[in-house]
Design a protein around this ligand. Structure first.
Ligand SMILES: [Fe+2]
Length: 293
């Protein structure tokens, strides 16, 4: 299916089976023209996740994908626009980590979360180590009208205390300086121009004004829509896969990694208004990754 009439000859777009995502194919290491960039942007806007099977993808081209989406690449601690996530790479902030990451969107605990994240697989274990993507915009669209109306004015607090990703954060036990932010639970996503249900499993500590069971009940109800198998895409990685996803429209998660085998991704992310590097803040707080693909 063509992404646009102009881009038809340049970029092949095949929707992935399931609720979100599309695989694209084009001459990724060649020169891209405006039609190619526009086709990428429109595909991303529509499907929220792009998969490119791209052996030998140059790092400059991975950065160019984020720029083609109209985003400013986030800077890593060393000032570079890319870095590595790995369970077996000394330079990676999560070196040695095998633990699961509960569903989340990166930096939702900041006033402006990251807009888009790309991971390029350079090594994967022989055993499956998928990343799961749940659609916030799919969940919001599936809500019955009465629930959507009730939730339209609700806000939630998101918090990170830098203690890994497999246990939900807790406002009661978090350190006072733990960064936090409040967002509408039905958040307008600037890229897709759709509403996303952003109640996650990791960072959301409370619905504002709904303490205790009332808030927890709302959270459970939201998760029924979000994590329904029909609302989730599972990506099983191959070396050379580039996956780019909308971090506001989708949440991501992983299970515990298999015992053996390196799992390394080259990561480039971008933020819509540019200039915000959540990674910088993160490194100052702790030498632990907030992001597990
Ligand atoms: Fe993450």
């Amino acid at each position: 299916m063509p992404a646009s009439s102009k881009g038809e000859a340049l970029i092949a777009v095949s929707p992935l089976p399931g609720p979100l995502g599309a695989e694209v194919a084009f001459d990724y290491n060649g020169e891209w023209d405006d039609d190619t960039r526009n086709a990428l942007r429109e595909t991303f806007r529509r499907y929220h996740l792009i998969l490119l099977r791209a052996p030998g993808l140059l790092v400059a081209k991975q950065i160019e994908v984020i720029e083609a989406l109209g985003l400013e690449p986030d800077r890593w601690r060393d000032g570079e626009k890319f870095g590595f996530l790995s369970n077996n790479l000394k330079s990676a902030p999560n070196d040695g980590q095998h633990s699961a990451y509960l569903y989340h969107s990166d930096l939702m605990w900041k006033p402006e979360p990251i807009s888009a994240i790309s991971l390029y697989a350079t090594a994967v274990p022989s055993e499956p180590s998928p990343t799961f993507f749940a659609s916030g915009v799919g969940a919001a669209a599936a809500l019955p009208d009465d629930l959507r109306a009730q939730w339209a004015t609700e806000q939630a607090m998101f918090l990170i205390d830098f203690n890994g990703g497999d246990t939900r954060y807790n406002e009661e036990t978090a350190s006072p300086e733990a960064p936090r932010a409040t967002h509408p639970i039905l958040l307008e996503d600037a890229i897709s121009q759709q509403t996303s249900l952003i109640i996650d499993s990791l960072f959301m500590v409370k619905i504002v004004g709904k303490e205790g069971e009332e808030g927890e009940s709302l959270r459970r109800r939201a998760h029924e829509y979000l994590y329904d198998t029909g609302n989730v895409y599972r990506h099983d990685w191959q070396v050379g896969d580039l996956v780019v996803w909308n971090n506001v429209a989708l949440q991501h998660a992983r299970e515990n990694l298999p015992d053996g085998g390196e799992r390394t991704f080259r990561r480039v992310s971008g933020t819509r208004s540019g200039g915000i590097s959540g990674w910088e803040t993160n490194y100052k707080k702790a030498q632990q990754a907030v992001s597990g693909g």
